[in-house]
Design a protein around this ligand. Structure first.
Ligand SMILES: [Zn+2]
Length: 444
């Protein structure tokens, strides 16, 4: 028996603080109860229009631990231990007041878009609630229905946070990653973070099970947020036991506390497959390139497949170079969010499945009667010999097959411009050999 506590939508546009709130919940509740399983950071549909940040909710489980325990955090010079199993959990009403006081103390009620909520449940809602919330849009009544009879839900302001709070408790991982989050001392919040970039590069190389640490293409530390929130940095990885050691490798500002989260980041759980894509969902589609890629105002690159414009936005940087090399007829698989207006797909990653033959005209054809070189009659109109008046079709011109520099395989934006939920190619192809940094063959 475990008590499931979910919290969402407590942070403001100024920063990601819901995970900090989770550390405060853990600090408070582990004085009397045991932490069961890892604390969870659960990202939900990144395309929800009223969400402009990472859309992450948290879930913490408490009970009375049995068996062995491991250290998953350090808060106020106290080790935070986690048990895999629990004999029994407390009644929701026993911790209600304490959870409420943490949520009320740390929520940014003044922010117009912040609508906090928490849930304390004896049993989690069915996993379908999580899948709908990570891929689609869930209404508040729908979320509350899924939790009925399982415990209590407290909503503030418009109550929207109940959707994420409940969805976070509904997550039963198929795939999972981990993130160790380190936090700053209170007096430093809002000041520039001091993290030695060289130590981040060193850590990245020393711990191959981690990912999205350093943008080697743009020479940028990616583990630190750019908002004035309490987070110092977060290191993501596949192996939770590597992460405290990876944290110790970093040099710079000393973290005031840290906590290891189990998360759905980097899993592609948000990607909808096998149906026609709808607005505000992330789709995976296959098609042939219908128009050559073109660069539009702002530096974004656009091409068209299956009657939809696919856009590689400027922040995706070098990724756009791949998109620019596409030719009409190339077969690609794309993953990205469907935008309403203009209706388009915001490219998260692309697989080049098949390259079309591209031929370039070498010269006008020679007249088959007199051998004189024929004159063009205009684009697509063929040729005519000025001496004999003989006409020749477009295909009569000698052409050469253009060598394509683009190679088959998957491509993704640089580390700094990926979405939280997007599965990095390093994870898609972990364990396969002979992989370049950005090019990965599907069947390798
Ligand atoms: Zn001729």
């Amino acid at each position: 028996m475990v008590l499931w506590i979910g919290v969402d939508d407590t942070d403001s546009l100024q920063g990601m603080c819901t995970t900090f709130l989770a550390t405060e919940l853990v600090r408070e509740l582990t004085q009397d109860f045991d932490l069961i399983g890892y604390p969870r950071l659960v990202r939900l549909n990144p395309n929800i229009p009223w969400k402009t940040r990472g859309n992450g909710a948290v879930c913490v489980r408490i009970g009375r631990g049995r068996g062995s325990s491991i250290v998953v955090g350090r808060i106020e010079d106290r080790d935070i231990r986690m048990f895999r199993r629990s004999t029994h959990g407390p009644d929701p009403h026993v911790v209600n007041g304490r959870v409420a006081s943490v949520v009320e103390r740390l929520s940014r009620f003044e922010d117009g878009t912040t609508n906090p909520a928490f849930a304390i449940l004896r049993y989690p809602p069915p996993p379908g609630l999580y899948w709908r919330a990570v891929r689609h849009v869930v209404s508040i009544p729908e979320a509350l229905r899924a939790a009925r009879g399982r415990g209590l839900v407290k909503q503030y302001k418009n109550g929207r946070g109940a959707v994420g709070a409940l969805a976070a408790t509904a997550w039963r991982p198929h795939d999972r990653t981990y993130e160790i989050l380190a936090y700053r001392e209170g007096w430093r919040w809002g000041t520039p973070r001091r993290i030695d970039p060289e130590s981040v590069r060193r850590m990245d190389r020393a711990f191959p099970s981690t990912f999205n640490n350093f943008d080697f293409e743009n020479h940028r530390v990616v583990i630190a947020p750019r908002s004035p929130c309490p987070v110092l940095f977060g290191i993501r990885g596949d192996n939770p036991t590597d992460l405290p050691a990876a944290l110790a490798e970093l040099e710079g500002e000393h973290p005031e506390r840290w906590l290891l989260f189990e998360t759905n980041q980097g899993t592609d759980d948000h990607v909808v497959t096998g149906q026609s894509p709808r607005v505000n969902e992330t789709a995976r589609m296959m098609g042939r390139v219908e128009s050559p890629a073109r660069t539009i105002a702002g530096g974004h690159v656009v091409f068209r497949i299956a009657n939809i414009d696919v856009v590689a936005y400027e922040p995706s940087k070098q990724f756009r170079q791949i998109v620019r090399q596409l030719s009409v007829g190339d077969r690609v698989r794309v993953v990205g969010a469907i935008r309403k207006s203009p209706r388009s797909l915001n490219l998260e990653k692309i697989e080049i499945v098949e390259l079309a033959d591209v031929n370039r005209k070498l010269a006008n054809p020679l007249c088959t009667d007199c051998g004189k070189r024929a004159k063009s009659l205009g684009k697509g109109a063929g040729y005519r010999c000025v001496r004999c008046r003989a006409r020749f079709p477009v295909q009569a011109a000698p052409t050469i097959r253009v060598a394509r520099s683009l190679r088959l395989g998957w491509y993704q934006p640089p580390v700094g411009s990926r979405r939280h939920l997007s599965k990095p190619l390093e994870r898609m192809f972990r364990g396969s050999s002979n992989m370049g940094l950005r090019t990965h063959r599907l069947n390798a």
